[in-house]
Design a protein. Structure first.
Length: 250
């Protein structure tokens, strides 16, 4: 757990300006996943079977995460796990954690919204994406009940927490790429609510169709973020910190 603690300490002490620029970059980069998903839906509709489209969109969804993780930019759902460890260990305060989360979360959302606006504006104009693909991607994220969305978001946060934990232990770019693709493809295949990637999907749907409203977007963001934080913090950070320190004490 030493590597995870060290990374958490480093992130908590980074200057706010660097965090903001890195968070903005991650929010933009993560948009490539939804871009490739809508392009694939547009191209494969009526040609591929539904299970094949779902598997394909899950796979291309992972590419946005590959860009973010390998470029080393700041993604909110990674910090629901590693950044919590120094607080649990007494090396940082809740204020330090709130500062990191606030800056990274807001800039991730801003970058994603900018990417979504560009995607909706230029994707159809370029002939890459049919406008209906934006709605098809966003609608499942806003149509489920709060309880169902929360449960699925906890799973997404849990998986992202495991990813951020394991990436620190993997050596070599090839191994890291395989790990990122494997875990985030599961999230994409299940279309689990990821607050940052899902922000791009829902904003695009909101801009493309009146069937998705601001209220839908706000509800999605609140529930998905809550679930992601619970999944990454409780099911990964707290449990793993607890069993490691418990083992040392014993």
């Amino acid at each position: 757990m030493r590597a995870q603690l060290q990374i958490g300490r480093e992130e908590l002490t980074r200057p706010k300006r660097g965090l903001a620029l890195s968070g903005l970059s991650a929010g933009l980069d993560i948009g490539f996943g939804p871009l490739f998903m809508t392009a694939l839906i547009t191209t494969a509709a009526g040609v591929w079977s539904e299970p094949t489209i779902r598997l394909g969109t899950g796979l291309v969804y992972s590419l946005g995460f590959v860009f973010v993780v390998l470029s080393g930019t700041e993604l909110f759902t990674e910090h629901t796990t590693l950044a919590v460890l120094p607080v649990l260990n007494g090396d940082a305060t809740i204020f330090d954690l709130a500062r990191l989360w606030g800056v990274v979360y807001c800039t991730n959302l801003l970058g994603g919204a900018v990417f979504a606006a560009g995607m909706v504006t230029f994707g159809p104009a370029y002939g890459l994406i049919a406008p209906t693909a934006f709605v098809r991607l966003a609608e499942p994220l806003v149509s489920h009940s709060v309880a169902s969305t929360l449960f699925a978001a906890v799973l997404a946060g849990w998986l992202m927490g495991l990813l951020s934990w394991m990436v620190t232990s993997v050596k070599g770019s090839a191994a890291r790429i395989i790990l990122v693709v494997a875990i985030t493809t599961i999230i994409g295949f299940g279309h689990l609510p990821h607050s940052i990637a899902g922000n791009v999907e829902v904003v695009a749907g909101l801009l493309a169709s009146p069937s998705i409203t601001i209220a839908d977007y706000g509800r999605f963001l609140l529930v998905a973020t809550t679930g992601n934080v619970v999944g990454g913090t409780i099911f990964v950070s707290l449990l793993k910190y607890g069993y490691v320190t418990g083992g040392i004490e014993e």
